[in-house]
Write a protein of this length. Structure first.
Length: 127
């Protein structure tokens, strides 16, 4: 289960950040997850609950912001969201071949949509 291994490294990062701050509890965690990661938010939540059990992050609320794929065109400079005909792509992820510039049909590079990043974490410092 892909979500589980992604969340495992996330939770490790969260716990070590919280520990470094001397936190007694993690209150909330925010993530940005690109649609092209094909990570299922429900599965991420489930993995988060399981992996934080018995840690100071147990019961923390998890906010998941989903990020639409965006591209930059190498030919005309268009930047923005793009439609993609999605089939699940397995790791390592590549730009699906059906993605072209919506303006000129040129080749594009992906500038958003594959991220899975921790954007903020709120902790409680003392009892
Ligand atoms: Zn273009």
């Amino acid at each position: 289960m892909h979500e589980f291994s992604v969340m495992q490294s996330m939770v490790e990062m969260i716990l070590s950040m919280a520990e470094a701050k001397g936190a007694v509890k993690v209150l909330s965690v925010s993530l940005r997850v690109g649609e092209l990661t094909f990570l299922n938010p429900e599965q991420l939540r489930f993995a988060f609950e399981v992996l934080t059990e018995g840690t100071i992050a147990q019961g923390a609320s998890l906010l998941i912001e989903s990020v639409k794929p965006a591209v930059r065109c190498r030919r005309c400079g268009y930047e923005g969201e793009v439609d993609y005909r999605g089939e699940e792509v397995h790791l390592p992820l590549v730009v699906p071949l059906s993605v072209k510039c919506p303006k000129c049909g040129g080749d594009v590079e992906l500038i958003a949509g594959r991220e899975c990043t921790l954007t903020s974490i709120k902790v409680k410092l003392d009892e």
